[in-house]
Design a protein around this ligand. Structure first.
Ligand code: SAH
Length: 369
């Protein structure tokens, strides 16, 4: 009975709007990021693009357009797309967006629940869980995915940590309320760091498990993961909130009808990847997009657009993505990369023997040759 399995209103007509829905440039620059990493990792002859929570499919659509435009660069590479999506309604919208609706439900040969071919000729499969995606060299993408997963909330009290729980209000019928657990709970024991200094903490164990899986897969089969979301680096406290029809909505009223969200704690994700992969970020969205060349891309689109309305729309969406007061500062980019992508394995022994590793685009300036 969850929000995403029943309602899942991404987009202008829904409950909240996301960057790929605001501007095509966003997805295009992410597409360039994957190509740049693919090149830096020695142009493997095959890769899977795995997206967690693809929403309306717009981001994948924009990325696949870039892959098509740069087909000469990717020519000998065998690419497939794998979408992890729990919402039946959104997977249908994705199928229409990406394949024109030509999909095969319940294919017998593997764990996918739907298959199709993109308009650009790339095979696409749908799954309910990252564990169902076949192993292999993969580039992962999670945009506004981790913030949608359930959290535990904790409050520091004079008697120690207590968990914030949801209870039925005995005074008001059909009304929920927050209460503090009377004593410690298994979650307070397991999820609070001994060195924690905040008084209120939110932890998303499901995000931790998924990041551990991504890190293990990257360590074993190669690839990289790009995570973009609003969040913080282990500093924020009470961020849990709801959105309905683009307005803030009380999280406890009419459950299942509003998008519930909590800022992603990137310090927690980093801890979960530790030992298996290296991590970069979080960096602010406006820095990442600037490094990826958004200004140049905007200039090209402005030059190519004949009418004033399109130009105004381009400038407006640029402002939405980049303005620190809008999405520029609160959204962050974070990456999981194999250790060898950042440090030569034999660098310690022979520091002079290798050419320097190319910088990771977005976190540094993009240098495409
Ligand atoms: N990435 C998209 C959509 C973000 S909304 C965009 O930026 O526009 C969150 C997405 O995650 C939706 O597609 C939702 O259906 C999906 N989702 C939520 N919980 C999920 C889960 N547990 N497993 C897989 N997908 C999930």
């Amino acid at each position: 009975q969850g929000y995403y399995t029943r309602r899942g209103g991404v987009g202008e007509s829904g409950d909240f709007i996301t960057s790929p829905e605001i501007s095509q440039v966003f997805g295009e620059l992410i597409g360039i990021w994957y190509i740049s990493e693919w090149m830096a990792m020695g142009k493997p002859n095959t890769f899977q693009l795995v997206e967690l929570g693809p929403g309306r499919g717009t981001l994948t659509e924009d990325i696949l357009r870039v892959f098509k435009q740069l087909a000469s660069v990717l020519s000998k590479c065998d690419i497939s797309v794998h979408l992890v999506e729990v919402s039946p309604k959104l997977s249908e919208i994705q199928a229409v967006m990406l394949t024109g609706g030509k999909v095969q439900p319940n294919p017998e040969d593997n764990l996918a629940y739907m298959k199709g071919i993109s308009k650009t000729g790339i095979p696409i499969s749908w799954y309910r869980d990252i564990q169902d995606v076949p192993p292999g060299y993969s580039f992962y993408l999670a945009h506004e995915f981790f913030d949608a997963l359930p959290i535990h909330k904790f409050q520091r009290t004079e008697k120690g940590w207590r968990e914030v729980l949801v209870d039925i209000d005995p005074e008001v019928p059909d009304q929920l309320r927050f209460v503090l657990s009377p004593s410690r709970t298994p979650a307070t024991q397991n999820f609070i760091q001994p060195e924690e200094t905040r008084d209120h903490v939110e932890v998303c164990p499901e995000a931790g498990v998924i990041v551990q899986r991504l890190a293990s897969r990257i360590e074993k089969d190669g690839g990289a993961a790009l995570v973009a979301d609003y969040g913080h680096d282990g500093t924020k406290t009470d961020t849990f909130r709801g959105f309905r029809n683009h307005k803030l909505h009380d999280v406890l009223s009419a459950p299942g009808t509003a998008d519930l969200t909590a800022d992603v704690d990137f310090s927690y994700l980093r801890r979960m990847a530790q030992g298996k992969t290296a991590t970069l970020g979080p960096v602010k969205q406006r820095e990442f997009l600037k490094n990826m060349g958004i200004d140049l891309r905007l200039q090209v689109l402005l030059q190519n657009s004949g009418d004033t309305a399109t130009r105004e729309q381009l400038l407006h969406s640029y402002d939405m993505l980049m303005n620190p007061e809008k999405m520029g500062d609160c959204f962050n980019f974070f990456a999981l990369l194999p250790h060898h992508r950042l440090v030569h394995p034999d660098k310690k022994d022979k520091p002079e023997s290798k050419s320097p590793l190319p910088p990771v685009a977005g976190f540094n300036e993009l240098l495409l040759k």
